[in-house]
Design a protein around this ligand. Structure first.
Ligand code: BGC
Length: 256
């Protein structure tokens, strides 16, 4: 991928799942990676090891995207350790199933804070540093097919991802004049820890697979390749779009 060598990328939720795959891939492409995690340090260490094995450089930071102090610390670490940052991947996300009428306020607040408020203020902190340094930049949000598609039992998740879609569209316009591109990647069903319950439920899993034209779940590498492209020089004229990685799921409709 052109232009990733030596670039500095901040990736949230890089201790597992899609974030870990993106960190590994950008590291392989020669980027220096700030590996953000919030829960288990082992995952972040595993990510850092994989980056090093691929010949790249990584720095682990524990930062909770819902806390402004943590968010500022995350961005500042990139500048302190690597001298600047070029790419931000807002990947950290959570989901929890509940019927709409049973959804507790606490769950709503957690999901919207991690999935939407986090990217809002982290992007703000990142853009402020770019403005000071008069630098261009790349922002890629890991959204979901559910930024557009209903997901019964996951209304709060849909709210957060729909909001992330409009944040991306608005910022593509507002930040374009600064040389900053903003895009979303919308994965469908990918094999990651967020899907643990589904992966263990054979009948549900088979019903989902029947809806995926390519007949399989996605892998983190399927998503990471697209993120690397969007962060590369080959994507310098791309901004304001969502790119779906779902094996055809969103376009599929059939009657039983
Ligand atoms: C969700 C998964 C779901 C998939 C397809 C993703 O955004 O995280 O739980 O299986 O969308 O519906």
């Amino acid at each position: 991928m052109r232009g990733l060598k030596g670039k500095v990328a901040i990736i949230t939720g890089a201790g597992s799942g899609i974030g870990q795959g993106i960190a590994r891939r950008l590291g392989c492409e020669g980027a220096k990676v700030i590996v953000d995690y919030v829960g288990t340090p082992e995952g972040a260490q595993e990510t850092e090891r994989a980056i090093k094995e691929a010949g790249g450089e990584g720095e682990i930071v524990q930062a909770d995207v819902t806390k402004i102090d943590d968010v500022n610390c995350l961005v500042n670490t990139a500048w302190d350790k690597f001298g600047s940052a070029d790419i931000l991947v807002n990947n950290a996300g959570v989901e929890k199933r509940s019927d709409f009428w049973d959804t507790p306020e606490k769950d709503y607040d957690t999901i919207v804070s991690v999935n939407l408020r986090g990217p809002f203020f982290l992007t703000q902190a990142f853009v402020r540093r770019l403005l000071d340094a008069k630098k261009p930049g790349r922002i890629v949000n890991i959204s979901s097919v559910h930024e557009d598609m209903a997901f019964p039992g996951f209304a709060t998740y849909c709210v957060s991802k729909g909001g992330l879609r409009m944040l991306m569209r608005d910022l593509a316009v507002e930040l374009g004049p600064l040389g900053i591109t903003v895009n979303n990647v919308a994965p469908g069903a990918i094999v990651t820890p967020i899907n643990k319950t589904l992966l263990e439920d054979k009948p549900k899993l088979n019903a989902l697979l029947a809806n995926i034209p390519l007949g399989r779940l996605g892998t983190v590498d399927d998503v990471a390749g697209l993120v690397a492209f969007l962060a590369s020089d080959d994507a310098s004229y791309i901004s304001g779009s969502t790119f779906v990685v779902d094996g055809g799921l969103m376009r599929n409709y059939h009657e039983q």
